[in-house]
Design a binder for this molecule. Structure first.
Ligand SMILES: NC(=O)c1ccc[n+]([C@@H]2O[C@H](COP(=O)([O-])OP(=O)(O)OC[C@H]3O[C@@H](n4cnc5c(N)ncnc54)[C@H](O)[C@@H]3O)[C@@H](O)[C@H]2O)c1
Length: 264
């Protein structure tokens, strides 16, 4: 896809050292973007990931560490990314955490943490990135929400609130930036093969005597009609499309990449 790279774009991807974030970073690098990877790992580990991508794809890459539980750190992330490489033309808010529990026993500290990382951090990075995108007359913001930004499942009170909030927030920022060459969209993945779903797989496997594959089959049969865990690269491909010139007319949408989950 001829995408993001005319001229050479710079992308800041949060939570980019593993899972969906790493896959998005790889796909953006393959399309010619320079990268600022964000993560919670120390500088040596994160810089190692950035150097590997730079060498593999022939782009520039830097690493910025920040704990997005901390609002000050989230608010400063775009500034630190700009200092590490240059101002981001593309912002991907991907970092996220999960906790599953019935609402009546949902711990307040887990609620606050999920809202901070999955929603407040995205607000703070968008708030910081939009002025520069406006000045340059071009910007792409891709927020990784979830099917749980569109529909509900049990035991996910905080995650549902955060992801539905992210979908609404993205629509609002899309409207505020639509006339300035900026698009703001969400991707809403279904079950995707990354560490975040490991506890849910383990819980299901326990109902099948610890059989992990049976646990996965169970989860998929319940919700995801394609009966396949999505490879993270499929989310990366969707992000590259939303950052491309081909998607310049698409803003304020929430794109399910969910094997049919939300069609039901
Ligand atoms: N895997 C799925 O099935 C699935 C489905 C729908 C949506 N998502 C969303 O995709 C996104 C990526 O998740 P993933 O599946 O790759 O899981 P993951 O656990 O592999 O990645 C989560 C990322 O968030 C980062 N992160 C966690 N806590 C952080 C903190 N305090 N500060 C900064 N960064 C922090 C981690 O370092 C990691 O890079 C999340 O927003 C998640 O909600 C995942």
């Amino acid at each position: 896809m001829t995408t993001t790279n005319s001229p050479h774009r710079c992308a800041l991807v949060t939570g980019a050292t593993q899972g969906i974030g790493l896959a998005i970073a790889e796909r953006l690098a393959a399309s010619g973007c320079d990268l600022v990877l964000h993560g919670i790992e120390d500088a040596a580990a994160g810089t190692g990931v950035a150097r590997a991508l730079a060498a593999q794809y022939g782009v520039q890459a830097a690493y910025v560490q920040a704990d997005l539980l901390n609002a000050d750190a989230a608010a400063a992330l775009v500034e630190h990314a700009t200092a590490a490489l240059r101002a981001p033309d593309i912002l991907v808010n991907n970092a996220g955490i999960q906790h599953t529990c019935p609402v009546e026993s949902f711990p307040l500290d887990r609620w606050n943490a999920i809202l901070a990382v999955n929603l407040t951090a995205a607000f703070l990075t968008m708030r910081a990135a939009v002025p520069g995108m406006r000045e340059r007359g071009w910007g792409r913001i891709v927020n990784i929400a979830s099917v749980h930004g569109l529909v509900a499942s049990v035991h996910k009170a905080a995650y549902l609130a955060a992801k539905h909030g992210l979908v609404g927030l993205s629509k609002g920022v899309a409207l505020e930036t639509a006339a300035q060459g900026i698009t703001v969209n969400c991707i809403c993945p279904g079950w995707t093969d990354t560490p975040i779903i490991a506890p849910q797989i383990e819980a299901r496997a326990a109902l099948h005597g610890g059989d992990r594959e049976a646990g996965i089959r169970d989860l998929l049969r319940e919700k995801q009609p394609n009966l396949t865990l999505l490879p993270p690269a499929r989310i990366g491909d969707a992000a590259v499309f939303l950052c491309s010139d081909a998607a310049a007319g698409i803003t304020g949408v929430s794109l399910p990449v969910d094997g049919g989950w939300t069609a039901q």
